[in-house]
Design a protein around this ligand. Structure first.
Ligand code: MG
Ligand code: MG
Length: 285
């Protein structure tokens, strides 16, 4: 999950950035790894015919059994929007983010973005993965691959001496070079004792712009990349964001900390990769 630029308005409110100590970073890592394991559990169960509500229920039980609390369930963004009702954001095909789990059965050829947040020992973890279900079109698989590459190219930029805009620029360049577009309305963010902290981290921008990166900064880097046009809209449920042209969208997210001048990835896709290798109904990206 991530803030909506217009709703959260970190920059406008000039909220402070909280730089973390090494023990705080370890606590965030613990929360992030519980998210990683939860995504691995989802990966082991994912197949055509399963409902997103079933995966959501499994995830909630797993998080609570492991000493965590689902961070998205009950999350509120605005007075006129009901709190988010589930543990996972489950976004299928043209749904970009914030999809609500339901009795919808996944179909062969779908893509499913699973975004998960956990609170553990007072700190948040928040990361996401887009899964192909069965046989997915080659050009859509390319969207997934490029979006994941954008995530790692963004992370590479998170070194001392660079600025937030360097991360944004790297993500945008790679996506657009491959013919895809960047969602503008939703952004990455700082993470720590709150799910969404300053700074905002757009997935588009200019090199050398924005705040200077420093040790102790912990970020949720999360490119949201569209197959077709960049424009999105929100459904009347108050949450689900879909592409305006109904073409698919992908989203990968990691939590990283800057330590000794370099990015350290606190979350991992290792559990997802291991589960997908064993799940004959799923394919790796
Ligand atoms: Mg997220
Ligand atoms: Mg996020």
């Amino acid at each position: 999950m991530h803030p909506n630029l217009t709703v959260m308005g970190f920059e406008k409110e000039k909220l402070p950035i909280f730089y973390k100590t090494s023990s705080e970073i370890e606590a965030i890592r613990e929360a992030a790894l519980l998210v990683s394991k939860t995504l691995g559990l989802v990966a082991s169960e994912i197949r055509a015919g399963v409902t997103t509500a079933h995966l959501d229920k499994m995830a909630e039980e797993f998080i609570r059994d492991n000493g965590g609390t689902p961070a998205f369930k009950g999350y509120e963004v605005a007075d006129d929007t009901p709190p988010f009702p589930a543990t996972l954001c489950m976004s299928v095909n043209e749904e970009v983010v914030h999809g609500i789990p339901s009795n919808r059965e996944l179909k062969d050829g779908d893509i499913l973005t699973v975004d998960c947040g956990v609170i553990k020992n007072g700190f948040y973890g928040d990361h996401a993965y887009t899964f192909p279900i069965g046989q997915v079109r080659q050009d859509v698989l390319k969207l997934l691959k490029v979006t994941k590459e954008c995530l790692y190219l963004g992370i590479e930029q998170a070194t001392i001496g660079k600025r937030v805009g360097d991360i944004s620029f790297a993500i945008q360049q790679h996506a657009e070079k491959n013919g895809f577009t960047i969602v503008r309305e939703l952004v990455g963010h700082g993470v720590g004792k709150m799910l969404h902290e300053a700074p905002e981290l757009p997935n588009y921008g200019k090199r050398g712009k924005g705040i200077l990166l420093q040790n102790g900064l912990v970020l949720a880097i999360e490119p949201m990349i569209n197959f077709g046009k960049k424009d999105v809209r929100q459904l009347s449920d108050g949450w689900t964001i879909v592409t305006l042209d109904s073409k698919p969208s992908a989203h990968y997210e990691h939590n990283i900390a800057i330590v000794n001048g370099k990015p350290v990835i606190l979350s991992t896709f290792d559990y997802v990769d291991a589960a997908l290798a064993k799940n004959q109904n799923a394919v790796a990206v």
